[in-house]
Design a protein around this ligand. Structure first.
Ligand SMILES: [Zn+2]
Length: 524
């Protein structure tokens, strides 16, 4: 059984007669949303899909926590503008957009960036923008309610802390952040709150403003997040949410918020799934800095949407796992293709079937794909020329499917960015210096290959493979000894063609590329 079905069953068992189940996720647009945060969305998304497949009605909501304060200016912002430190403490939607793209605020810029990727990934979401909700006054009665119950909230929070509670602290505890009407910052301190009139007096440490506002009219007040989170569970009727391991430890945020929702808001916490961290590996030092900033859009440059969905659906949520920027990418495509083939032909096992039910995008049609590995092997041979690549694939008797153009685009980016060493350029003239080092016996084998290629009209990869084995293998040697001989000759061919000891898959190279470009290089 797939993990999403297991979780869906748990949700249904907890609340069997609910009409519409709510799966929730949320992120703050503090900067570019990193691929490392992507499980926050992917896990509830797949659980929502599993619930739907069980015939349930589901809302999948995504809260943009854009009413949170800016904590720190991210590097990609300080690279384009100076002086954004002055906005630390302001909500993301009240900070000017540092980029020249027309988005109305800092927060909105990063929201649009991520929303575009979600759309490309075929992830349908109902967005809730917390700035909009707070500023509309939707939560005003929740804020007054929390202010009334502030001492009980303090007691709950303190019960999870090791330090002693104090009467004075309890007396002066207000579970809100007030954004100053003068400077928009949350560097404020509540000095008085009147439960009857709902008048609240704050003083701003940043600009010195002191003001009395009415909480039912002044909406630039946000609940502290361990109150805000459970308030929204209750408000939206959330049945499921996922969170990082750090929120999930005993006594961590989820436990605290569970008590707050029960004891303060008279609600129930959602079913919760902790997820393991995503890391990065195989990033060369040259790309390590960009690796750290990898966004879903960055990953979409080399994975198709379906392969990303497949990766996130495949691993158990608790498992930590690494993104690799090396041949693992090719292996992932091959594994995906094998699964897809089994799925389409009806031969898939239960887990694979569920996996593909989840990762394929509704409304699209699927077929067996042109192998990414083949495209990635051939593209450099034909100098990344699209038409030559299509012809080369046809020469290998392989199909060029409707997704192949997209795979070609991804393979080109992958090779040029992460594996430039795999791009081999043909020499432009005969490598005489190298040829002069060869023995007459070795030269004779090169001549044999030259004659064969020169005289063969349609070169087939399997036939040229057989020809090379026949030309170099010695029947008096053992298999192991012959492998060494083959390796020696491959090195010779590579040096004559590319001036290097290694190169692309040779049979494929001979079969796929334009003979006129290489044949003279073997005429030594
Ligand atoms: Zn102020």
């Amino acid at each position: 059984m797939h993990w999403s079905e297991r979780i869906a069953d748990k949700i249904i068992a907890k609340n069997p007669n609910k009409e519409v189940y709510v799966c929730a996720s949320g992120v703050s647009p503090s900067g570019s949303v990193h691929i490392g945060n992507f499980r926050e969305i992917a896990i509830p998304y797949f659980v929502a899909k599993a619930l739907k497949m069980k015939g349930k009605k589901v809302r999948f909501i995504f809260s943009w926590d854009d009413f949170d304060r800016l904590r720190k200016v991210p590097v990609n912002v300080s690279q384009v503008v100076d002086g954004y430190e002055k906005y630390v403490g302001c909500p993301y939607t009240m900070i000017p957009n540092p980029f020249d793209d027309g988005a109305e605020s800092y927060g909105r810029h990063f929201e649009i960036e991520f929303e575009k990727s979600l759309a490309e990934l075929g992830i349908d979401v109902e967005y809730i923008y917390q700035s909009k909700e707070y500023l509309s006054g939707r939560y005003a009665d929740k804020v007054t309610y929390a202010l009334e119950r502030r001492k009980e909230i303090y007691d709950i929070l303190m019960s999870f802390k090791s330090q002693e509670a104090s009467d004075e602290e309890r007396e002066n505890y207000y579970p809100v952040a007030v954004y100053c009407s003068g400077c928009n910052k949350d560097s404020t301190k509540v000095i008085k709150y009147d439960e009857k009139t709902h008048n609240l007096t704050y003083v701003c440490k940043a600009c010195g403003k002191e003001e009395t506002v009415n909480v039912l009219e002044y909406f630039k007040i946000k609940l502290a997040w361990k109150v805000d989170w459970p308030m929204r569970w209750k408000e939206e009727g959330v049945d499921f949410e996922a969170g990082g391991i750090d929120h999930s430890t005993p006594g961590g945020s989820y436990d605290v918020c569970s008590r707050v929702v029960r004891e303060i808001f008279n609600g129930e916490p959602p079913t919760y799934q902790a997820y393991g961290w995503l890391g990065f590996a195989g990033v060369s030092s040259m790309h390590s800095s960009s690796g750290i900033n990898i966004t879903p859009a960055g990953v979409l440059k080399f994975y198709t949407p379906e392969v990303i969905r497949w990766l996130f659906a495949k691993y158990e949520p608790e498992d930590a796992y690494n993104f690799y920027f090396d041949d693992t990418i090719i292996r992932h495509y091959s594994e995906y293709d094998r699964g897809l083939h089994a799925y389409l032909s009806g031969e898939a096992d239960g887990f694979t079937k569920s996996l593909f039910d989840l990762c394929l995008i509704e409304g699209k049609t699927y077929e067996d794909e042109t192998s990414f590995n083949t495209i990635a092997s051939l593209a450099p041979i034909v100098d990344f020329n699209h038409d030559s690549l299509v012809k080369a694939i046809a020469k290998l008797d392989l199909p060029w499917t409707k997704e192949a153009d997209l795979r070609f685009e991804k393979a080109t980016y992958f090779l040029k960015t992460y594996q430039p060493e795999k791009i081999f350029n043909l020499l432009t003239e005969v490598n005489h210096d190298y040829a002069n080092t060869l023995s007459s016996e070795e030269k004779a084998v090169v001549k044999k290959l030259y004659d064969y290629l020169n005289n063969t009209e349609v070169i087939k990869d399997k036939e040229v493979q057989q020809f090379i084995y026949d030309a170099v293998n010695n029947p008096n040697l053992t298999k192991k000894e012959n492998i060494a001989v083959q390796q020696k000759y491959f090195k010779i061919f590579y040096n004559l063609l590319f001036g290097k000891d290694s190169g692309p898959r040779l049979y494929m190279f001979f079969a796929a590329s334009d003979k006129s470009k290489y044949i003279n290089l073997l005429n030594i």
